[in-house]
Design a protein around this ligand. Structure first.
Ligand code: NAD
Ligand code: LMR
Length: 335
């Protein structure tokens, strides 16, 4: 009897693994939700020294999960060791914002982590490592990481806006009463912040344009947008903690589509280094509509952008420029 050759295990790094997203994400990776039910995994879990016991607890629980795909779980407090040979790096390590704070408020604490960890990734990870930054301010942390890891190809560094994308799908699904699977091709443009632009102008519900299916432009241009923009804050208010389950799920969706491809005819949203598409300043990490195939993403080109949308694309771009300048200033002051 011939046996299919088993796949080589892939190494997945989760930084900040002892935190709440880590606790929700690690088991999802172990069950194949990120890389597929045929892909063996070796988990690298990194956190800071004071979180060592909690990290060990997570390792024990993962062993006790007896996951068929999980070949090994390694824990680290040393970033260089944690990055050794990793194929996928999920950068969650950092500090979440609290009620009343903007994501920019956690800037000073978090960007310096990304500056330091960039060199460790560059020196130790697999040459083709795919990086997704989750910790806030996610786009700007990813930009700092990209600038401090020049040998990692730009297109391999991304940030998570899939949670916002999924939030937009969820809102349209609830409003129309259609299953979320029937809602396609919304777009998140720009920053993972309250200036992001959730755009429904190119999307469909059960094959009909979203605007036609919803039949309420006032809602689509108003409450829909603010609900998606403010959903992170609403969850912090409700739970007293920032989103974790939905963030972990979105990380798996993001990496799975990137590695295994977006479904035919559909696109998703990813924060990627801008190549100037849609007039967005080159080099900013900006969320675009992308299609993925064979481990590569490409920005969906040629979508018509009306004047109201253009204004929103520009506003979120301006915030990213401001964040970048602030991040560089924070890093310069730490020297
Ligand atoms: P958390 O506080 O529960 O966990 C963060 C973990 O990071 C902690 O265990 C902490 O010890 C660790 N950490 C801190 N500095 C570190 C370092 N230098 N190296 C390694 N680990 C380090 O927070 P959380 O709820 O898991 O959220 C993590 C981050 O993700 C926050 O910045 C949050 O705002 C962000 N977030 C982003 C999205 C998104 O869609 N992009 C969604 C939800 C949360
Ligand atoms: C989210 O969108 O849920 C996270 O970015 C957490 C936050 O600070 O809003």
């Amino acid at each position: 009897i011939s046996k299919l050759k088993p796949r080589k295990p892939l190494r997945v790094l989760i930084t900040g693994a002892a935190g709440q997203i880590g606790y929700a994400l690690a088991p999802q990776v172990a069950t194949g939700n990120m890389l597929g039910s045929d892909q063996p995994i070796i988990l690298h879990l990194l956190d800071v020294e004071p979180a060592k016991n909690s990290l060990e607890g997570l390792r024990m629980e993962l062993v006790d999960g007896a996951y068929p795909l999980l070949e090994a779980v390694h824990t680290f407090t040393d970033v260089a060791a944690a990055c050794k040979g990793v194929d996928v790096a999920v950068m969650v390590g950092g500090y979440p914002r609290k009620a009343g704070e903007e994501r920019k408020d956690v800037m000073a604490k978090n960007v310096s982590i990304y500056q330091q960890q960039a060199s460790a990734l560059e020196a130790n990870a697999s040459k083709n490592v795919k990086v997704v930054v989750v910790a806030n301010p996610a786009n700007t942390n990813a930009l700092i990481l990209a600038e401090n890891a020049p040998s990692i190809p730009r297109e391999n560094i991304s940030c998570l806006t899939r949670l916002d994308h999924n939030r937009a799908l969820g809102q349209i699904s609830e409003r129309t009463g259609k299953h979320v699977d029937e809602v396609k091709n919304v777009i998140i443009w720009g920053n993972h912040s309250s200036t992001q632009y959730p755009d429904v102008n190119h999307g469909t519900v059960a094959g009909k344009p979203i605007r036609q299916a919803v039949n309420d432009d006032a809602w689509l241009n108003g409450d829909f947008i603010t609900t998606v923009q403010q959903r992170g804050a609403a969850i912090i208010k409700a739970r007293g903690l920032s989103s974790a389950l939905s963030a972990a799920n979105a990380v798996c969706n993001h990496v799975r589509d990137w590695v295994r491809g977006t479904p035919s005819g559909a696109w998703t949203s990813m924060g990627v280094v801008s190549d100037g598409s849609y007039g967005v300043k080159e080099g900013l990490v900006y969320s675009f509509p992308v299609r993925c195939c064979c481990g590569k993403w490409t920005v969906v080109q040629g979508l018509a952008i009306d004047a109201a949308s253009r204004e929103r694309l520009t506003a979120t771009e301006a915030e990213l420029v401001e964040e970048r300048d602030l991040a560089l200033q924070c890093l310069a002051e730490r020297k």
